[in-house]
Design a protein around this ligand. Structure first.
Ligand code: ADP
Ligand code: MG
Length: 264
């Protein structure tokens, strides 16, 4: 693993950068089921039917599967945006099943950086203010928030856009702000549901380049994608079918060694 991760004051914790066998689990799902019910109590859909999955520190994982196979449901459980109907989920070694909503949302904010397909930035705020929002909710002081936001912007090569609002930026730059916001809290894992889904292919490539660099610095990344080109860039592909893991393979990731571009 890269020693860059061990830089003092880095947003990516050196304690979390051990990869390979014996690496600590960042997320561990045990027998996870998710059932959606009709208002009359009848079962409508069993979106997850018993998922066991362990994601270790330092992994770069793609979750794939056809539409309706349960990818978003799984990602929402992993991201603590939704609770499973059955099973246990250990996030950074701690079971989240017994936490109440307030505890869970606090824990989630500390541990997970989540990136949405539609960026979900606040249009009235500048990009650095957007990045400061989750830090504000963590009670961080104004000075520390700004300092963190600037370091996060550095990680995505956007310090030259400070003071700008999201609409003044391209789609790819907005997604990079969203990545910076997700990183600012020093999460143990970065999670993303179709992060390149709203972007043209050149811009999607630039975003994958950012992920590649973050992974090289030791960050754990889990993302949903339906795009095989995107999945080839990951180290591991977990394929869902009908709410179950159909296959789970490790591969040599395809590396993009072109010069990074700030244009997209
Ligand atoms: P994917 O992301 O792989 O397309 P989803 O996880 O979104 O799949 O959905 C899995 C299954 O669960 C689908 O059959 C979908 O219709 C169903 N589903 C997802 N969310 C809900 C919900 N809130 N209420 C009822 N059914 C849902
Ligand atoms: Mg989906």
């Amino acid at each position: 693993m890269s020693t860059l991760a061990a830089q003092p004051g880095g947003l990516i914790s050196p304690a979390l950068t051990r990869d390979g066998p014996g690496a600590p689990a960042v997320a561990e799902l045990r027998g996870i089921k998710k059932t959606y019910y009709k208002p009359n109590g009848e079962i409508m859909v069993q979106a997850l039917r018993g998922v066991d999955l362990r994601i270790n520190a330092g992994e770069y994982v793609a979750i794939m599967g056809s539409s309706g196979s349960g990818k978003s449901t799984l990602m929402n459980v992993l991201g603590c945006l939704d609770r499973p109907s059955e099973g246990d989920y250990l996030l950074d070694g701690k079971s989240v099943s017994t936490m109440d909503d307030e505890e869970l949302s606090h824990f989630r904010g500390q541990k997970i950086g989540f990136i949405f397909q539609a960026f979900n930035l606040i249009p009235q705020l500048t990009i650095e203010e957007n990045i400061e929002v989750p830090l504000f909710y963590q009670g961080m002081s104004k000075t520390d928030r700004r300092e963190r936001a600037m370091r996060a912007l550095e990680l995505v090569s956007l310090t030259n856009r400070v003071g700008h609002r999201p609409r003044e930026l391209s789609g790819g730059q907005q997604q990079r702000v969203a990545i910076a916001r997700a990183l600012a809290t020093s999460p143990v894992v970065l999670m993303a549901d179709e992060p390149t889904g709203n972007l043209d292919s050149a811009t999607g490539k630039a975003i994958l380049r950012v992920f590649q660099d973050l992974h090289a610095r030791g960050l754990t990344i889990v993302m949903v994608t339906h795009d095989p080109v995107v999945a080839r860039r990951c180290q591991r592909i977990v394929r869902l079918a009908d709410g179950l893991i159909e296959s789970d393979i490790r591969q040599q990731p395809e590396i993009d060694d072109s010069a990074p571009t700030a244009e997209h």
